[in-house]
Design a protein around this ligand. Structure first.
Ligand code: UDP
Ligand code: MG
Length: 320
């Protein structure tokens, strides 16, 4: 029988965890009864350096529920790294990653398992719609996916980090040593058989979003610069175009000055291209800096997380 591991990154989620665990218990039970997963299936909570009682809560839950495992990162590393830590350490023939707030419909796990049984190594959970999102989030997400696709970054539309991965796929993921992680971009690169499961996304069950605009923008930029050199190419092209146009303008100015014999009227025609160029140069420097910074961070090969503590009910399996 397949063993299922459910990986749940948690950052300040003490309010949500008890309910999350209760609901997961129901799902695990149901799946076991249907004979779709084995009895040693587990839930792995990864405490991403929370500042509230998340870790205590996980410890308590591990006492109550035999299927709960917990691991605490030494500090807040961000959702992507916490998720990776969980995926790298969890056991199971297939692993499902899900947010602690259970916005993603748990019943989709069964469909994911069915797809896995039918031969899929990666099953993407894709949202049917974005009804529960704010207008801004909906709009920005829509454009973000479009821009990524335009730049040739392979991503699955409206798929966040709710997915199933087989053991094979997890082992393949292990080979990617990037420090700056954007799992949604890496996973389509793994190949293997993939499938898609559609689900409805609900409101958060408790607490508030741990993804403020700042973190969202960071992740968005990560997605672009980690997978595409397209922005650099655009800059080269723009630079070329603008230089060519400027050359023509210079010719025209010289012609007006010396051949036509009148001075150039006003200074706006000079100031305008100057400021335009200044702006574009700054922008270009910024983008180049972004890539340079990335190279700088990657060359350090810094570890992506440290595990400070683990909890498991039976001490025989400390790492599980
Ligand atoms: N999360 C995390 N580390 C962080 C931020 C978030 O592990 O630094 C977790 C969080 O606990 C949740 C998941 O990532 O399980 C997604 O976060 P959230 O639900 O707040 O994002 P949203 O659904 O609002 O985009
Ligand atoms: Mg959420």
């Amino acid at each position: 029988m397949r063993t299922l591991g459910i990986v749940v990154p948690c950052f300040n989620e003490e309010e949500a965890l008890p309910e999350t665990t209760r609901r997961l218990a129901v799902v695990l039970n149901d799946l076991q009864e249907k004979g779709k997963i084995g009895p040693d299936s587990r839930v792995y909570f990864v405490d991403d350096g929370s500042r509230d009682g998340t870790w205590q809560s996980i410890r308590g839950l591990a006492e109550t529920y035999g299927f709960v495992r917990g691991m605490k990162l030494s500090r807040n590393q961000g959702h992507q790294s916490a998720l990776l830590a969980g995926l790298m350490h969890a056991r199971g023939d297939c692993l499902v990653s899900i947010d602690a707030d259970l916005q993603d419909d748990l019943t989709a796990i069964e469909s994911m398992l069915d797809a896995h049984a039918a031969g899929a190594d990666i099953v993407y959970g894709v949202r049917k719609n974005r009804k529960t999102d704010s207008l801004f989030k909906r709009w920005s997400a829509e454009w973000y996916y479009r821009v990524l696709a335009l730049m040739g970054v392979e991503v699955v539309f409206n798929h966040a980090d709710y997915r199933l991965m087989s053991r094979r796929a997890i082992d393949a993921l292990r080979e990617f040593g990037e420090v700056n992680l954007f799992l949604r971009g890496i996973i389509p690169k793994l190949g293997f058989n993939t499938a898609t499961v559609y689900y409805d996304r609900a409101e958060r069950i408790a607490g508030e979003s741990k993804y403020p605009l700042r973190k969202m923008l960071g992740l968005a930029l990560q997605g672009v610069t980690s997978f595409s050199v397209f922005p650099l190419r655009v800059i080269t092209f723009l630079g070329f175009l603008i230089s060519a146009v400027s050359f023509l303008v210079v010719c025209w100015v010289l012609w007006v000055r010396f051949v036509a014999g009148e001075a150039v009227p006003g200074w706006s025609s000079i100031l305008l291209p100057m400021s335009l160029l200044g702006g574009i140069q700054l922008l270009s420097l910024g983008v180049i800096g972004e890539y340079l910074g990335k190279i700088y961070l990657e060359t350090k090969r810094r570890p992506r997380y440290f595990i400070q503590e683990v909890v498991a009910r039976d001490s025989q399996e400390p790492g599980s």
